[in-house]
Structures are given as structure tokens and as C-alpha cells.
Design a protein around this ligand. Structure first.
Ligand code: ADP
Ligand code: MG
Length: 361
């Protein structure tokens, strides 16, 4: 567009705003929706208070802006072509993203329609609707659905294999009564596997139900370690404790936290098939939180495995369920804590951070 032409249209638009919008005679009420008026060259010419609030600018600042100052790059072409197409005379509606003054990206629904003067387009009204929270809800829902789908597929797969084996061996048992004993053992272990998978799934199925006990952190760790002692011995593993958590408490569900620590210890054992040391450290990190570390001397976790840890049914072990880490992430999240994994070829460190409840006894 020629600059003379732009100037002429800008001038007409300014008159339009002066005569109609400023005096509140425009088709849009200033008080209803956030809207701005855009010139044919992509310059903001007017913004109502609501729009300025939404974008975090004051109105004076907004009219210094151009379209591409606020709309993100990938959206810009789309937006630009919608707003600046001179022949466009229909109402346009699409979802886009804008960056506010603080630098946050907002999801918005954009409705644009032209301002006509003398058979021509001199600018556009652009109405914004903040759909950030709607978008986030939609995204969460689809993530949940994806996990549920993954779970369902995984359950079917995992349960079918043991059931097939059970059916086959039962058939054999009926045919050959001499070999009964061995078949019974296999049937028993397959049933145990079904039970294990179902038990872990049950924890996943009710993640929101948990208690808020006041738990002695050090005692909890000692109990878990005692529980795992015989298995450590069998696997030629030495568990080395280093705690400094006297009178430190956490709030939550004792059994669920035990389940998490057992998962980490078991994974540590399984990472050291030839034995080794598993360090378990616990200390107060700052006033507000405690850190518990499980450090093994295994061969570590390669990056392609690391990024998938926590995915339901993701396992690198022949008889793994791939649910231990999924459950652990869920439980620790419910306790407002976090899990950090660091790993190299010398071993893996799983660090759990939990909010501490200090005792002043
Ligand atoms: P599972 O132990 O049944 O395989 P998990 O969810 O507990 O399932 O762990 C998933 C995967 O994460 C394991 O198969 C393993 O590859 C990896 N992993 C977890 N902890 C460790 C560890 N300490 N060292 C090496 N790999 C680990
Ligand atoms: Mg495991």
C-alpha cells in the first residue's frame, strides 16, 4: 500500500474513532468485551480499558504498539492477513496467542471485523477473549485421556500373557498328572504376577485418597530399610544409611511413602545384579524441605530410557511391570514433593524432596 493511501486511511480511522468510539457510539460497547482497533498498516489505534487490562498495558502504551509486537510469530502471518486484507468484509474468528506486557503468552479467541467507510475498509475491530484457562483444561483432559488409554491397552496386554500361560498349563496338568508339581509352580508364579500388576494398578486408580498423618521421616526410612534388609543380603548389596533427620516430620500417607521408597530401593538393587552399595541419605535441605537420596552403583540410565521413566508400563526389565516409577511420581506429587533423577555410567541418584514439618519439642 502506498504511504499516501495509508495516511488517508489512518486519518479516516482517527476521525471514525473520534466521532464514534470515544463517544461510545460504536457498535461495540467499551464495557463489554476487550477490543482494540487496528489500522490498515497494523498499528493499534484504540484500545478499551478491558483490552488494556487483559494485555497488561495501559491504554496509552497500547496505541504505540503494532500487531507484531503482541502476536507471536507463527500467528502473525495469519493475523496479519486477516486484519490487513483490504477486501475482507466478513467477520473472522480464530484462536491465536498474544504476549502480554509481563511476557506471558495468553491463548485468545480473536474476532475481527472491518470498519467500513465509503464502501471501503479503513481498519478493523478486533475483539479478544481470554481462553487460556479453557485451553489448559482441554489439554489436561486430553493428557488424562491419553494416560487412561495407555493404561487400558497396557492392562489388557499384561493380563493376557499370564492368563494364556495359566490356561495352557492347566490343560497340560489335566493331561499329565505326573508333572503336576512343576506346572503348579508356574501357575502360582503367573498368578502372583497378575496380583502384583493389579496391586500396583490399584494404587494408580485411587491417587486422590490419601491420609495426612504426621510421619517421623527418619523412622519411616529405618522401617523401610529393615524391610528390605533380607533382600539386600540375598543380592549381595550393602545399604549404607546416612540420616540427619531427628525430629523432622513429613505430612502424608505413611504406606504410600513407604511404597515409593521401596520402589526406589528395589530399582537400585535391580540396577546392581552383581551386588554393590546402595547409599540412602536423608537431610534437611532448608527450613521448608527435606531431601532423601537413593544412590546406587549400577550402570546408570541412558538418556533414551531416562526420558521415558514414569511412563506407565515402561520397563527395560524382562519381568518388570514399569509401574513403580509411575506410581512414585504420582504419590510424591500428591505430597507436594518432587523427584529428581541424575545418572551416569557409575550409577544413579534418585532424589526426593518433600515439604518438612518441623517439630519444636
Ligand atoms: P520396573 O522396575 O518394573 O522396570 P519402574 O517404573 O520401577 O519399573 O522403572 C522403570 C525403568 O526405569 C526400569 O525398567 C529401568 O530401566 C529404569 N530405572 C529405574 N530406576 C533405575 C535405577 N536406579 N538404575 C537404572 N535404571 C533404573
Ligand atoms: Mg521398579
Amino acid at each position: 500500500m502506498q504511504s499516501d493511501e495509508i495516511k488517508r486511511l489512518d486519518c479516516l480511522l482517527e476521525i471514525y474513532i473520534d466521532v464514534n468510539v470515544d463517544k461510545d457510539f460504536s457498535i461495540l460497547s467499551k464495557k463489554t468485551d476487550p477490543f482494540f482497533i487496528l489500522s490498515m498498516s497494523g498499528q493499534f489505534k484504540y484500545s478499551n480499558e478491558k483490552c488494556a487490562n487483559l494485555l497488561g498495558f495501559c491504554r496509552g502504551e497500547l496505541v504505540q504498539k503494532r500487531l507484531n509486537d503482541l502476536f507471536g510469530k507463527p500467528e502473525l502471518n495469519e493475523s496479519e492477513s486477516f486484519f490487513l486484507n483490504k477486501d475482507y468484509e466478513k467477520l473472522t474468528n480464530f484462536d491465536s496467542r498474544v504476549t502480554n506486557k509481563q511476557g506471558d503468552v495468553l491463548d485468545v479467541n480473536v474476532t475481527a471485523f472491518p470498519i467500513l467507510f465509503d464502501e471501503g475498509v479503513i481498519g478493523s475491530y478486533v475483539v479478544l477473549k481470554d481462553i487460556t484457562s479453557i485451553k489448559r483444561e482441554r489439554q489436561l483432559l486430553s493428557e488424562k485421556q491419553a494416560v487412561a488409554g495407555q493404561l487400558a491397552a497396557g492392562i489388557a496386554h499384561e493380563i493376557r500373557n499370564p492368563i494364556t500361560a495359566i490356561k495352557g498349563f492347566l490343560q497340560l496338568m489335566m493331561n499329565d498328572s505326573k508333572a503336576e508339581d512343576m506346572y503348579y509352580k508356574i501357575v502360582k508364579s503367573e498368578i502372583a504376577r497378575i496380583e502384583l500388576i493389579l496391586k500396583e494398578l490399584m494404587v494408580l486408580a485411587k491417587p486422590n485418597k490419601f491420609k495426612h498423618d504426621r510421619i517421623d521421616a527418619q523412622l519411616l526410612l529405618v522401617q523401610v530399610i529393615t524391610l528390605m534388609e533380607s533382600q539386600a543380603l540375598l543380592n549381595n548389596i550393602e545399604m549404607i544409611k546416612n540420616f540427619n533427620l531427628t525430629n523432622v516430620f513429613v505430612s502424608g500417607d505413611e504406606n504410600q511413602l513407604k511404597q515409593v521408597f521401596i520402589n526406589f530401593i528395589k530399582n537400585g538393587f535391580e540396577a546392581m545384579p552383581d551386588g554393590g552399595k546402595l547409599f540412602i541419605k536423608g537431610s534437611l535441605l532448608s527450613e521448608g524441605s527435606i531431601g532423601i537420596e537413593f544412590i546406587d552403583e549400577g550402570s546408570g540410565i541412558p538418556p533414551n530410557v531416562l526420558k521415558r521413566i514414569g511412563e506407565p508400563f515402561f520397563t527395560t526389565k524382562e519381568t518388570g511391570t514399569g509401574l513403580g516409577m509411575t506410581i512414585s511420581y504420582q504419590i510424591i506429587e500428591a505430597h507436594k514433593g518432587r523427584i529428581d533423577i541424575t545418572s551416569d555410567e557409575k550409577g544413579t541418584c534418585i532424589q526426593v524432596t518433600l515439604p518438612a514439618v518441623l517439630s519444636h519439642k
